[in-house]
Write a protein that binds this ligand. Structure first.
Ligand code: FES
Length: 86
């Protein structure tokens, strides 16, 4: 099992590694737009747990993210607990 937690409102949700994070992210207050890696609305900063995430998607690579940033709609938590800042 893994989890994702929003540092801003201290809410978290348990997730499975195969889950896309859109539904889980909405539950903890991460906003979404396109859900396809194009708009950047779901951009978060990873505070803890980066090692448990999937590799950057092609969309994220094209977006030019900082090292600690991810697009939640492109991200999966493979293991562990991840803390994000919106
Ligand atoms: S919701 Fe648009 S990039 Fe993730």
């Amino acid at each position: 099992m893994a989890s994702i937690k929003n540092n801003a409102n201290n809410t978290s949700v348990v997730i499975k590694p195969e889950d896309r994070l859109i539904e889980a992210g909405e539950k903890i207050g991460i906003p979404f737009g396109c859900t396809e890696g194009n708009c950047g609305t779901c951009l978060v900063r990873i505070v803890k747990g980066q090692a448990g995430l999937n590799k950057y998607s092609d969309k994220e690579e094209a977006f030019g993210l900082e090292e600690d940033e991810r697009l939640t709609c492109q991200m999966r938590v493979l293991h562990g607990d991840v803390l994000v800042e919106v």
